[in-house]
Every structure is written in C-alpha cells, then in structure tokens.
Design a protein around this ligand. Sequence first.
Ligand code: BYC
Length: 470
Amino acid sequence: MSVERHEKIPNNVHLSSDKRLQRALEEWQPHFLAWWREMGPERFQEDAIYLRTAVSVDASGWAHFDWVRMPEYRWGIFLAEPVPERRIGFGNDFGKPVWQEVPGEHRNTLRRLIVTQGDTEPASVEQQRRLGATCPSLYDLRNLFQVNVEEGRHLWAMVYLLHTYFGRDGREEARALLERRSGNPDKPRILGAFNQPIDDWLSFFMFTTFTDRDGKYQLLALAESGFDPLSRTCRFMLTEEAHHMFVGESGMSRIVERTAECLRAGTEPRSAGALDLTTIQKYLNLWYSLSLDLFGSEVSTNAAQCFGAGLKGRPREEERYQDHLALEGSYELDVYEAGQLVRKPIALRSAMNEVLRDAYVEDCQKALGRWNKRLGGTGVELVLPSRRFHRGQGMFAGHFFDPAGHEITAEEFERRRDQWLPSEADRTYVRSLMAHPVLEPGHFASWIAPPPRGINGQPIDFRYVRYNEQ
Ligand code: BYC
C-alpha cells in the first residue's frame, strides 16, 4: 500500500480519498498539538532531536532518522499490510472472513477495548514529561523523546479507528482521550499503572521494561482480532513497541552493570553514586506488580466474551494453539473459597487474562535473566516477586502477601512495606542521584554505564539532542 508521506497527516490508508474522515482528523490534529504542548515533554520542545519517523510499513526499512523539533514530528497513521483472505482465528466465528466494518453486536466492547488501549498512550507521555530535567545522558534523553513521540503516534492509531469506525461516539471518545490526565483525581487515566508518577529514571526504565511489555502482550492479543483494521494497526504498533522495551531493558542492564562494577570492586554502590541492589529490587517489585494488574482479573467474563466474540485472542493464536474455540479446556487456578485459596479448574475462556499474563511473566523472567548475567560473580541477583504480591486488581487484591507469595496480615504488610517497595527515603536517594541533567555528549551519570553502541550506527558521543542551538 502506498504511503502518503507529504500530506498534512502522513498515512497509508488513502486518507485523501475520504474527505470527511480527513477533515475530522484534521480537526482533531490541533487539539492533539495543544495537548502535546501542554502535557508533552517539558523543555527541549524547540530543540532538534535525532528521531526516527515511520515512512513506510514494510519490515525492511520503515524508519527514517533525522533532526526534528518534537512539535513538528510527522505523526501519521500506519497500518500493516493486509493479509489476503484473512479469516477469524478464534472464538465463535472461527474460520469466517474477518470484519472490515464493526459488527453491530460487538460495537460497545470493541470501542471499550480501543479506548482503553488509546488512553494508555497519552497517559505515558504525561507520566514521563519531567524526566528531561534529570537525564543521565544525551543518548538517554533522545531515547526518552523517541518513546514519547511514538506513544503519541500510537494515540493517533487508536484515534484513527475511533474516527473511522465509530461515528459520533468515536469522535467524542477521541476528544476525551486528550482530556483525561494521568494522576488527576477528577479525570484520571483509565488503568491504574498509568496514574502513577514516573519522577525518576529508575522508574522510567522499570516502566519501559514492565509496563511497555504489558503493551506488547495486549497488542499481540489485539493483533489477533477478527476486526481487521484493529489487527493491522496493532501489528504495526508492535514494531515500535519493541524499541520501547529495548530502552527499558537496556537502560536497566546499564544500571545493573554499574552496580555490579561497584560490588566487584568491593565498594558500596551508594558511596560511588550508583544504585544499590535493594533499591533496584524495590522499584522492580513496584512496577512489576502494577503491570501485572494491567491484565485484569484472573477469572473474567469480559475476557471470555472478548475471546468468544473474536475480538481479542491469545498471542500467536494460529501457531501456538490447536483448539481455537477454547470451549472445552480448563485452566487450573488458585481461587478463594471461604477465605482459603484452593486450586480449581476454570473454564478456559474465563481464564484468558491469566493465559496472557503467563506469557508475560515468562518474558519478564527472561529479561531478568539478562540483568542477572550482568551481576555474575557478585553473589546477588534480582528476582521477580510472586504474582500475588502487591496486587490491586483481580483475585489477590485486598489480600496481603510477601514477595515470596505467602499470605500475611494487612498489619504485617504495612509494617514491612518499606522493605519491599520504595520508601520515601529511597525515592529521595534516587532523586538526589539524578538532581542534574548530564548534557555533555558522550558523558553519563554516575549510576549508569554507557551503552555498547549508539543509535542508528552513530557514535555514543553523538549530539543526539541539539539543545539551545538555534
Ligand atoms: N486498572 O474482567 P476485568 C500499553 C477494570 S499497555 C484499572 O478484571 P478485563 C502501553 C476493567 O477495565 C496496554 N481498572 O478485566 C504501555 C473492568 O472495568 P469495567 C494497554 C482495571 O476487562 C506503556 C473491571 O476492572 N492495552 O499499551 O478482562 C506505555 C473488571 O475487568 C484494571 C490494554 O489494556 C487496572 N489495572 O481486562 C504506553 C488492552 N484492570 O469494564 C502504552 C485493552 C482491569 O467493569 N484493554 N480493570 O468498567 C483490555 O483488554 C482490558 O480492558 C483489560 C482489563 C485487560 C485492561
């Protein structure tokens, strides 16, 4: 499909042939830009940033790198190429042709899924808006802004679907996406993790490792959708999501590397301006548990309906599973009965959130394995806490567990909270390390190792952000 690169809104959906839709999106665009100016990154908006922009959708080279001022970024609408003769891959309509329009009976559910997904994108930009002031290097600053502009593009992707397929309610929802605010008690973002502050770079790298990874799994599930435009949109978004997780995982690897260097030299990390492993573990416990909540309840009629309706599937449904109806199987889960946890078989469709969470947990474990390799020879390592620990959604919410998964009383949890989750003192320490930005090319803050290589073949000491240069 050809890409209309030079249009006001770059796209590969032939926007110019649908004047009504084009006008509606062009009307939304200034509101988006006003939101970006108000809630996007603080400072650096007038500086040239070395960013990649999508210019085509084929795997062999969709990215174009250039110097861009963020408000002039070419946010566009890109869908992956259609799969010819694609058929619904799971649920009650298995084997029927995919939908190119929204089926009336699934309209509300589909809109809710798209709005929930869309809401996370601007939320994350809002959460991260102050990080520029404390960046550990120009390389990291550029990566932050790359993530931010791409989250902005992901918002465009969902807004395109709302405008194109949901008429007036879609347009209203698209406006509301620009009106909610992360952490605002009166008009919060929809999902819990997206209302948490990200005030320091340790939180940012944990978020891009764990919360963006939820994004990956939700997008993989939506990429299976029988509603083909959603599937194609998500397939392209996944190519961008991969970079966000790279930012998180490699950022954490470099932090852990610094910590390991100190430990091997027999130096207490904090005395060398690095992060100690206990603090890192507490931030990990926080962001991992918040991200587990994003999968919803272990037993969920919503999830069963979404699967049955063919709207949200399992990642890589066709290659991984034989039975695409999932009407017969069951899934063994610990559920509360009369206050006791007992193992019970749950109808498979009702356990779809847990099936997705399993794949996510396995992937997180791999990331941790890579970090722990860096800690080799120090005698310490990072661990994923139990998935029951510190949960705010689902079966374990309202119960209390230690990180190993043993049930404890609310009082004991409160007494020991600061051992397991970041305390005020930890946050103060982390902020004190990051009090000033490091803006000299090739320099890095004391708490993070340099990356092994630069972006797009550029050297590490490249001026990735040309700040204050007019
Ligand atoms: N916080 O049956 P339940 C990303 C609500 S991240 C607050 O348990 P369901 C990104 C739920 O909405 C990926 N509320 O769950 C990453 C429901 O409310 P209603 C984002 C929550 O519906 C980084 C009620 O509890 N994409 O892309 O099966 C940067 C009971 O629901 C939470 C998606 O989430 C929570 N954590 O599943 C940028 C995909 N969890 O309807 C971007 C679309 C649940 O009773 N969303 N609730 O009022 C979905 O598929 C589903 O909505 C969920 C929930 C998986 C989130």
